[in-house]
Design a protein around this ligand. Structure first.
Ligand code: GAP
Length: 445
């Protein structure tokens, strides 16, 4: 299964309404994706779990929702204007363009074109810098342009609001600012489904600490974020690992960085990065904006530029890892059953309700009554558009942990059949106990 797993997951996502290609009816836009009715439920749940754990349930982290388009000077200070670039090399033969760090180097200044295999002399065909940020004209006057940039990370919105948050919340070190939001990068290397998109979503915390505490909190956040993926998202332990960056691969702002990697269908790749950004960002924003971004500790009478520990996660990559991890194929009666074994609270629907026969009005009526009754406490769906076998298959592929079937017997004994997604075992439960029964099994958090 492994070699085709990626294409099977992509096909499932389309078939069951998780993810569609963006602008599809016009031929699509490469590296842009839309989340469908089932996909958006999971995506929102991932964000909700993260926000609850770090903003709602802690008193040392506050939330923020800053603008996507930001002032050019933000990125002058952050280093993105100068440093957020890929070096691109044009092939003089096939005219295709490649990232210099991604193609085979034959000898000094000579590279092999991955498309047509000719040797490219980088002395003659000079590599060119390509900034990954999207630039946009904010001016209404055509001949007097004023440019802003779509943020390539939500982090900068946090740094430029450091003073605002500090002055309004009166937080003491250590404290964090958390943000979930869109980020944009004009990625050169794309593909691999939603792994590398030009428009994606991040969940970032900038955790401000006294410099002497930075090392301790860096390790704390690596462990904390690992436990989020294992315990809350429920990824299998054998598919998740930590990888520390070598000094040469550190981003321009980072003193240390650990990636949490996931074994995606195409191999191990970054799911999240946890970086010690030192005082780079606050110091640079203070220098360019000429505002004092230091912190005064009233107890020790000390003024410091805080260090920043940054756990930076991608919503889309978490979604991708979650679907890959939960995806299974099982042989049932000579047929292959595709099933998504998601944790019940992460499934798009926690329960589905069907009438066994759609031509019996009494069954439809009772099934709808049960559906409306449980809907106020559980995320439920109702379906009477196919035969029971097909309805079960659909829900297995969506990951619905429980299906309730109303049959002719239900009209007499006031009981329904509850089918478990993972074991496929069925049991009869009284209609008046059904809501509590499912709630107990789902274990809402
Ligand atoms: N503020 C730090 C930062 O943005 P990053 O490693 O470039 O660091 C953090 O990005 C996370 O954002 C990644 O681990 C990944 O989950 C997600 N991410 C980055 N680029 C992405 C892209 N092009 N498509 C989807 N997710 C992306």
């Amino acid at each position: 299964m492994e070699e085709n797993k990626l294409s099977r997951i992509v096909s499932l996502c389309k078939r069951r309404g998780f993810i569609f290609g963006a602008s599809e009816i016009y031929g699509g836009l490469s590296s842009f994706w839309d989340y469908g009715p089932t996909g958006v439920r999971i995506k929102n749940k991932i964000k909700e779990l993260w926000w609850k754990r770090y903003v709602e349930r802690r008193e040392d982290i506050v939330g923020l929702d800053s603008s996507i388009i930001m002032h050019e000077d933000v990125f002058r200070a952050s280093g993105h204007l100068e440093g957020f670039v890929d070096w691109l090399l044009d092939c003089p033969n096939c005219q295709k363009r490649f990232r210099l760090d991604k193609i085979e180097k034959i000898s000094e200044n000579i590279y092999k074109c991955p498309e047509c295999s000719v040797s490219i002399d980088a002395q003659r065909n000079k590599p060119r810098k390509f900034n990954l940020m999207f630039k946009t004209n904010l001016s209404a006057v055509e001949d007097e342009p004023f440019y802003g940039y779509l943020r390539p990370e939500t982090a900068q919105g946090i740094f430029v609001n450091f003073l605002n948050v500090l002055n309004t919340t009166h937080k003491k070190l250590p404290f964090g600012i958390a943000q979930i939001g869109k980020a944009f990068r004009n990625e050169v290397t794309t593909g691999s489904f939603i792994f590398r998109m030009k428009e994606f979503e991040q969940m970032e915390i900038e955790y401000f600490v006294h410099p002497k505490d930075a090392e301790r909190f860096y390790h704390y956040w690596v462990e904390e974020r690992l436990s989020f993926y294992l315990e809350v998202i429920g990824l299998k332990k054998e598919n998740v690992r930590l990888r520390q960056h070598a000094p040469a691969e550190l981003a321009h702002y980072a003193k240390a960085c650990t990636d949490i990697e996931y074994n995606f269908p195409f191999g191990w790749s970054e799911l999240e990065g946890i970086a010690n950004r030192g005082d780079f960002d606050l110091r640079e924003h203070a220098r360019v904006s000429k505002k004092d971004l230091s912190y005064f500790d009233e107890l020790t009478r000390e003024r410091v530029i805080p260090y920043v520990i940054e756990p930076s996660s991608g919503v889309d990559r978490t979604f991708f890892a979650l679907i890959s991890d939960a995806y299974g194929e099982e042989k049932v009666n000579e047929n292959i059953r595709v099933v998504l074994k998601l944790k019940p609270y992460l499934a798009p629907y926690q329960v589905a309700v069907f009438p066994l026969l759609k031509n019996r009005p009494q069954l439809l009526e009772l099934a709808k009554k049960i559906f409306y009754d449980i809907k106020d406490k559980l995320v439920a769906c109702y379906d009477d558009s196919a035969a029971i076998g097909k309805l079960y298959r659909r829900q297995d592929e969506i990951g619905t942990p429980f299906c309730i079937t109303v049959d002719l017997e239900s009209l007499n004994d006031q009981k329904v059949t509850v089918r478990d997604r993972d074991t496929m075992l069925q049991e009869r439960v009284s209609i008046d106990k059904i809501k509590e029964f499912i709630q107990e099994q789902v274990g809402l958090i």
